[in-house]
Design a protein around this ligand. Structure first.
Ligand code: SF4
Length: 58
């Protein structure tokens, strides 16, 4: 999945992953949508954003 990078923050998402292509200052995400994995996770720490792309690799 390769969502569009928007010019404005996705207001429904707070993200602190400042090494991501989609990260915007202020702890925002500029992806039009994100995907979270994995299925059957049992804790917050087990889940993560599958839409993440390392900064500079997009
Ligand atoms: S795509 Fe995921 S990791 Fe990247 S800024 Fe958005 S929520 Fe954070």
């Amino acid at each position: 999945m390769r969502p569009e990078k928007m010019n404005t923050p996705n207001q429904g998402i707070k993200c602190v992953v400042n090494s991501c292509h989609y990260y915007m200052s202020g702890d925002h995400c500029s992806a039009s949508l994100i995907e979270v994995q994995p299925r059957n996770a049992n804790s917050t720490q087990e889940t993560d954003c599958a839409t993440f792309i390392p900064h500079g690799q997009a």
